[in-house]
Design a protein around this ligand. Structure first.
Ligand code: GLN
Length: 341
């Protein structure tokens, strides 16, 4: 009995030392104390909660049901700590933020060149659902975060059949989140019934020879991926995997190879907030990604990720409170990647 207790104590002491060494090796990812992190999140949350500007997305009918008062913030560090405030456990459709994780798997499956050759990493300066179809010269100047680019990216995910491709896609999402995510059936059905525009884009890209295999299969998997439910905390953890070089800091499992993390963060920096990516990067200075479900994610490479959730969107499709909150945090802690310290 006594020796078992000693062994247990020695075991936990050893684990504690290992964790401590890991943390010290990585350097403290937080710019301030944990207490000050909590205070900053609470203060910023309280500051923007009364801001009810923006409009909940309704072009996908099921999204219109989201509660415009919901507002959550979460921060997850590259050494596995999480801080959250507000509605950070409310599930919502990940929408365009899913494009990050489809891209991660497409990089793994098809390699960097296939994505650069068939999709590109151009800042289109255009809304997420456009493709400049009338201007054939622009056809190649896309990126993995406009819809047509993401659908093409999705078509590069490997598998013997559609079910296996989807299962691998979901496995990647789960590795990033560190738990089993599920599809919001209502959002999927609603989006599937109203995505004719995306279907047309997929067929066009098939006709140009960029999109692989069956465009309607790519569309279904893309739409299903957009309908995956996440919470603000999930998003923060998913971002923390990128902050941590592709390794999930909560589970210790690899979500994506390190060599692709820089590529993914670059695409986020170039075009994560669609046609407002310019002002976003100018003011916030972090790779980010938004979704019309009201989620937004920003990554501080090597350190941590911040996620926000609030459904009302600005005219570009970004969460109003989310953008304001992340910008406030970036200013408060001097997080802009071009800030010379
Ligand atoms: N599923 C949405 C669409 O295809 C994603 C758009 C977004 O979040 N910006 O329109």
């Amino acid at each position: 009995m006594f020796s078992a207790l000693c062994r247990l104590l020695a075991g936990s002491l050893f684990l504690g030392i290992v964790l401590l060494v890991q943390t010290v090796q990585a350097g403290n990812p937080l710019p301030v104390s944990p207490k000050a992190v909590k205070r900053a999140l609470a203060e910023i949350h309280a500051r923007y909660q009364p801001d009810d500007s923006g409009k909940v997305a309704d072009y996908i009918p099921a999204l219109a049901k989201a509660d415009p008062h919901h507002f959550g913030l979460a921060l997850a560090t590259a050494d596995g700590r999480i801080f959250a405030v507000g509605d950070s456990d409310v599930p919502f459709a990940i929408e365009s933020i899913s494009k990050i994780f489809a891209l991660a798997l497409a990089f793994e499956d098809a390699g960097r060149k296939a994505i650069l050759d068939n999709v590109g990493v151009y800042h289109t300066g255009l809304p997420f659902n456009s493709m400049i179809a009338s201007d054939v010269r622009q056809v190649k100047l896309q990126n993995p975060f406009v819809n047509v680019g993401a659908i093409t990216t999705t078509s590069f995910i490997k598998g013997r059949n559609s079910a296996e491709k989807w299962q691998r896609q979901m496995k990647t999402f789960n590795l990033f989140a560190g738990r089993r995510l599920t599809v919001n059936r209502e959002v999927f059905d609603s989006e599937e019934a109203t995505n004719q525009h995306n279907r047309a884009l997929a067929w066009l890209f098939k006709s140009f020879g960029y999109l692989q295999d069956d465009p309607m299969d790519a569309i279904t998997r893309y739409t299903r991926a957009c309908s995956v439910n996440v919470t603000c905390k999930d998003l923060a953890v998913m971002g923390a995997c990128l902050a941590n070089g592709g390794l999930n800091p909560m589970t210790g499992k690899r979500a994506v190879r390190k060599e692709f993390v820089r590529d993914i963060l670059s695409v986020m920096a170039i075009t994560g907030l669609y046609d407002s990516s310019g002002p976003w990067f100018f003011h916030v200075g972090l790779p980010g990604k938004s979704g019309v479900g009201g989620g937004i994610l920003a990554v501080v490479p090597g350190k941590f990720a911040v996620a926000a959730y609030s459904p009302p969107l600005d005219r570009f499709g970004n969460s109003v409170r989310g953008v304001k909150a992340v910008e406030a945090l970036s200013k408060l802690w001097g997080l802009h990647v071009f800030e010379v310290k």
